[in-house]
Design a protein around this ligand. Structure first.
Ligand code: G6P
Length: 610
């Protein structure tokens, strides 16, 4: 949700070009409007518009603005339509204070009424503008003192950056519930929603905690708490490089990330497979054998694609470790007042590590007495830092709004956790070794699935005009059906539903006719013959069937119109392979329909508001 960037460098470089380059890298967080505010030396000048970052670039080419410091924003609208007026940065009455903000000010209406009552003139419908007027109205000798005073009155979430015309070169940053980090250069300092925006200038970052206020000038930075006491925070190194966020030869980040999956799965496995001992080495878990023995239940909390990975994880963990697992939508779980959970292990799954609902669900579980693990991709993210332990995916930055490589790596991480817990719970050595060997083969098998692409592209041409689609699977492939349907609707705007294949009889079967593509997940496993029966039921009603099945399975020619065969693996791991043709199908259909694959309408990659 919304990308924020700021720069101060004492004139070393032009702030406005750094800000716009950074915004282009943050655009995946929101892309309905964009803007910059630059301190020119004489005061603050803003340029903003409804539209994308390239439109802002063109505006700046027509009306350039340069200076030594500035702040900028790319927006995913919450309060107020995505218009030029509502685009950030927002300013106070005299245009001497400028603010960019990611998050939601929950008491904005009350504050606005009070400020208007005191004569403040508002120009926009946004909650953020309230902050600019509130800071204008607040006492204090310095900008940071005024920001601290203003935030005392604010209820809500924010990652924000503020500048004042009266203090050239200074940027004040505040964090409460929305991610923001500092970038530390040589005599130049940055603030950004994530490291991708600043990695070309520095790899040294400081992750802020909730409640932190940071003050950046070209001479240095310091961090304060709300009582203005100085706080010390570690400087971390970003472990990936610019190449990881470059598009390379690909047309879209989603395409790049689909084809990266052999490498990203390898990344998740690296250094973790101990074949002789039949052990998954997971150094970050921080669980003792006694802790493990005490667990009598696991709750997985997640959203979106990560929730689908959780559903696969349930079956893996229950099967390997014999521990009952429930999988919860984080947004539902957090408001259900979790029951006391001292013997429950809660696992938060999140690519970004910043999803607001997942974070709050995790905090609710902890408050109920649960130990909390994070399965997270972004190193140093809030969920990673607040967990008792966890597993990093090491899948590299995921930029495409539709998650792909994170999903397969999440399943691999859950399988490693399943082996780990299985070992503690009496899973025999041979079974553990077998699964570790199957995991080790996955990167090679993933590469082989890509050979299906020409076939999938032809299918995309055939189904490009579909108005609805049904995805059906059973067992560990039911979540893959959900994920395939989600991918299609996210990026191609075709209505699609995922269903347990047998449950189809209780409703969705009424939708089936010759117009309806039905994608069956039918890999070789213990429910294979059951899936074939469900296919018969669709066939009998004239549905058009695409079957994703396993090499070596019998010919489904009499049943399916199209067959996509993935290599055989352990049934529990099959989702890592069966999901890839579905990712490719959604991708090609969206491209053929002319959709903006990496920036689907209304979506944002990192959902940091609830
Ligand atoms: C958004 C993204 C999805 C993602 C979900 C959860 O909706 O568009 O791709 O699955 O958030 O995100 P997380 O970072 O917690 O995995």
């Amino acid at each position: 949700m919304c990308g924020v960037i700021g720069y101060t460098g004492g004139g070393r470089r032009d702030a406005s070009s750094i800000l716009v380059r950074g915004l282009a890298r943050l655009e995946y967080r929101g892309y309905d409007s964009a803007g910059v505010a630059v301190h020119t030396g004489d005061g603050i000048v803003t340029r903003k518009l409804a539209g994308r970052v390239p439109d802002l670039q063109a505006l700046l080419a027509r009306s350039p603005v340069s200076g030594a410091s500035g702040i900028a924003h790319t927006r995913w609208a919450t309060h107020g339509a995505p218009t030029t007026r509502n685009a950030h940065p927002h300013v106070d009455c005299d245009e001497r204070i400028a603010v960019v903000h990611n998050g939601i000010i929950e008491n904005a209406d009350t504050l606005r009424r009070a400020l208007e009552g005191c004569g403040h003139k508002f120009r926009t419908e946004t909650d953020t503008e309230t902050l600019a007027h509130l800071i204008e109205d607040s006492p204090g000798e310095t900008l940071e003192a005024r920001v601290i005073a203003a935030l005392e009155l604010v209820v809500g979430t924010y990652g924000l950056a503020v500048m004042s015309a009266d203090e050239p070169g200074k940027i004040v940053v505040a964090r409460q519930g929305s991610p923001v980090l500092l970038g530390i250069g040589d005599d130049e300092f940055f603030v950004a929603s994530d490291a991708s925006a600043i990695i070309e200038y520095t790899r040294s970052v400081v992750h802020l905690n909730d409640g932190d206020i940071a003050v950046l000038t070209p001479q240095g930075y310091h961090i304060l708490d709300r009582e203005s006491h100085v706080q010390l925070r570690a400087v971390d190194d970003v472990t990936w490089d610019l190449e990881a966020i470059a598009l390379g030869p690909y047309a879209h980040f989603m395409q790049k990330e689909i084809f990266e999956q052999a490498d990203t799965v390898r990344g998740t496995l690296r250094g973790r497979l101990m074949f002789d001992e039949g052990v998954a080495r997971l150094n970050g878990l921080n669980i003792t054998p006694d802790d493990c023995a005490a667990i009598n239940r696991i709750t997985i909390v997640a959203c979106g694609t990560s929730w689908h990975a959780g559903l696969v994880g349930r079956q893996i963990i229950e099967s390997l470790a014999q521990i009952p697992v429930t999988v919860e939508y984080a947004s539902e779980y957090r408001y259900r007042r979790p029951l006391p959970a001292s013997n429950t292990l809660t696992i938060a799954i999140s690519q970004s590590g910043e999803t607001a609902d997942t974070l709050e669900a995790m905090r609710a579980a902890r408050a109920a007495g649960s130990r909390v693990l994070g399965i997270v991709n972004v190193v140093g993210s809030t969920i990673a830092r607040e967990s008792d332990g966890g597993i990093y995916l090491h899948a590299g930055p995921e930029i495409g709004v539709a998650s792909t490589k994170a999903f397969t790596s999440q399943i691999v991480a859950l399988a490693l956790l399943g082996v780990y817990l299985g070992q503690q719970r009496g899973l025999p050595l041979e079974a553990r070794r077998d699964l570790l060997c199957r995991l080790a083969q996955l990167p090679t098998l993933v590469s082989r699935v890509f050979a299906l692409e020409p076939h999938v592209r032809r299918l995309a041409e055939e189904f490009v005009d579909a108005r609805n689609a049904l995805y059906l699977g059973r067992g560990v492939n039911f979540p893959v059906a959900l994920e395939g349907a989600l991918k299609l609707k996210e990026i191609s705007y075709i209505h699609a539903e995922g269903y347990p294949a047998a449950e189809m009889k209780h409703g969705p079967i009424a939708l089936i006719d010759a117009e309806m593509p039905v994608v069956f997940l039918a890999p070789h496993d213990e429910v294979y013959t059951k899936v074939l029966s469900n296919m018969q039921e669709v066939r009998a009603r004239g549905g058009r069937i695409i079957a994703v099945t396993t090499e070596g399975n019998g010919d489904l020619g009499g049943l399916a119109d199209h067959q996509l065969r993935v290599p055989a693996t352990a049934p529990l791991l099959s989702p890592v392979l069966t999901v890839i043709p579905l990712q490719l199908l959604a991708y090609h259909i969206a491209v053929l329909r002319g959709c903006d694959v990496d920036r689907p309408r209304n979506l944002a990659k990192s959902v940091t508001v609830e």
